[in-house]
Design a protein around this ligand. Structure first.
Ligand code: ADP
Ligand code: MG
Length: 220
């Protein structure tokens, strides 16, 4: 089962700033947890800690039943989506989506089938050959989502994936993102600073304040 279990995690940056203070969070299989909080409250730090991009001082992170202590980021099988999708500009849409599959050594035929399937899932069927520079902001984020889902990650961490888009598009895409994640039965943490967006996307919303997570026990 693809669960996330963070218990009593603290994280101090090399400059001495403690960005996470005794954070505990459990995400059930197939559950989407929304993470709200002011800028600087530690939302990205928590995602980076789960992904293995920042070392923790204390506590335990278990993903899919496996303790992540000492496991490098690329072996964690965790997908990430960022605010600006960070697509590779020199790869077309299909090769962006294929990236994780290439890294995993998936053979070409299987790769191409998976890429097409993922583009269908995000509503961009037929976009394979498009250059990423010709995409709208919303399309680019859909491609980023397809790319993150393609290698079948255990869990997905989304760090304000819609924040760079205008409000109307954000509201539409928030509905789509929920549908896509639910369709894939994906276990996910979705960070946003917009409470409406959090409620649209997530099954349950938590709030981060100064490196502390509030309301992490009750399931709505
Ligand atoms: P959020 O994503 O909620 O806006 P972050 O997790 O990015 O917040 O940052 C939390 C706090 O940690 C902020 O005060 C930020 O300045 C600080 N911080 C982030 N990255 C570093 C770093 N590499 N070194 C020192 N402090 C950092
Ligand atoms: Mg952030």
């Amino acid at each position: 089962m693809s669960t996330i279990d963070v218990s009593h995690v603290s994280l101090t940056y090399p400059n001495g700033y403690q960005a996470l203070r005794d954070v505990s969070l459990r995400v059930a299989h197939g559950e989407i947890v929304g993470l709200l909080g002011a800028s600087g409250s530690g939302k990205s730090t928590l995602l980076r800690a789960i992904a293995g991009l920042e070392p923790i001082d204390a506590g335990r992170i278990v993903v899919g039943g496996r303790n992540m202590d000492g496991v490098t980021p690329h072996r964690r099988n965790i997908g990430m989506v960022f605010q600006d999708g960070q697509l590779f500009p020199h790869r077309n849409v299909a090769r962006n989506v294929a990236y994780g599959l290439e890294m995993a050594g998936v053979k070409r035929g299987e790769r191409e089938a998976r890429v097409s399937a993922m583009l269908d899932v995000v509503g961009l069927g037929g976009f394979e050959k498009r250059e990423v520079g010709t995409l709208s902001g919303g399309q680019a984020q859909r491609v980023a989502l397809a790319r993150s889902l393609a290698p079948r990650p255990h869990v997905l961490l989304l760090d304000e994936p819609l924040s760079a888009l205008d409000k109307e598009l954000r509201e539409r895409l928030a509905v789509d993102v929920r549908q896509i994640l639910k369709g894939a039965q994906m276990t996910a943490v979705f960070v946003t600073h917009d409470p409406d967006e959090a409620n649209t996307v997530a099954d349950r919303v938590l709030r981060m304040t100064d490196g502390t997570l509030c309301g992490h026990t009750a399931r709505a």
